[in-house]
Ligand binder design. Sequence first.
Ligand code: P5A
Length: 438
Amino acid sequence: MRLSAYFLPLLKENPAEAQIVSHRLMLRAGMIRQSAAGIYSWLPLGLRVLKKVEQIVREEQDAAGAQELLMPTLQPAELWRESGRYEVYGKEMLRIRDRHDRDMLYGPTNEELITDIVRGSVKSYRDLPKMLYHIQWKFRDEVRPRFGVMRGREFLMKDCYSFDLDKPAAVASYFRMFAAYMKTFKRMGLTPIPVRADTGPIGGDLSHEFHVQADTGESELFYDADVVKLDESNIDPTSPDVQKYIANWYAATDEKHDQAEFEARVPEERRRRARGIEVGQVFYFGTKYSEPMKAVVAGQDKTQITMEMGSYGIGVSRLLGAIIEANHDDNGIIWPEPVAPFKVGLINLRAADAKCKEACDDLYAKLQKAGVEVLYDDRDESAGAKFAAMDLIGLPYQFVIGPRGVTNNVVEIKNRRSGEKQELSPEAALALVAGTNA
Ligand code: P5A
């Protein structure tokens, strides 16, 4: 992509409304624009990252055995009346009436709708288990939307739902998702902290939240610093010891925190009290929805079995904020490679110089041919403005070509994260980034 043609409205000044660094940087880097409180448009650069994050989530859901479908954003109120949640959900639910005076709502979550779909088609014990997910916009009319995409009113969620025949199988589905979440967040360059959590309006008695540590996080966490050693490859979802393995490390939200247990179990030097951004949450809630909504299958001996359920959410749009909170410096964003909007930013230092243009155009064409995602700053701007823009948008590699480089047949390469610079021939520069595509 040529920057001269790209829609990348960068802001020079810090927007006054942005209180935290990720919100500030997303606005300044031309990733999002607010359309109403807590509701955003995704501009081309932001959308590229959103799609990358979404794709990693999708791949790990598929690998865990879940199947993708797509449910609508609008739902009929009658399903929520059946589960009993229509009245209790409160003002966070955006309620809408259509022209026929039917009560509708913009889905804040989809337990009811998916249960309705599954009960309509799954009739026999042979059809279970099933895990179904979608990646769809949600609406929650939060009292205080803030921090940009971090606490939006409209936000993108991956929500998965599991249907099993009995509790042990449902708990195994829960831990299969737990392990998938650890992998998902690690692939984005994050260090997830799984903590015991309350279940709130979703319900149930087994739940974990996944957090990214950040001072700007809205949750307070208490955990054993060694929890980072929790390794998802040691999670055997069907083992009766799986809960014990996870419980090896004390980690809880403030609602679930027990100071006496914390002090008894965790040596002082490993005790952490820190703030976190909740990027995902998993729930096991048994028959909370299947019972009132009569989601049952015929068992082997013609008995009726009420399905055992769990649900599993990831804040896809919130993740962009969380990734930036964990990956930035004073000059801007530092994207982890797997979610970077482009891998390389190619800078022509002297756009008006025919030789520079020729060398840059040539390397640009070769990068594209090699399948490397490259943003080419071919604008007629000062070198300072170009460096600042590239640092701000945080692409992993900057390839810089100026008159001196053309003479010596070298490209200056800057690693955005380490700041390290090296000079390589155009061929070696190409080899550095081609072939290592994630
Ligand atoms: C699990 C999937 C649920 O809704 N039902 C379906 C369950 N869980 S949850 O914890 O309430 O939400 C899942 C994740 O969505 C993100 N999230 C938000 N992101 C941005 N703005 C918001 N207002 C918002 N609310 C929730 C969080 O990452 C949460 O873990």
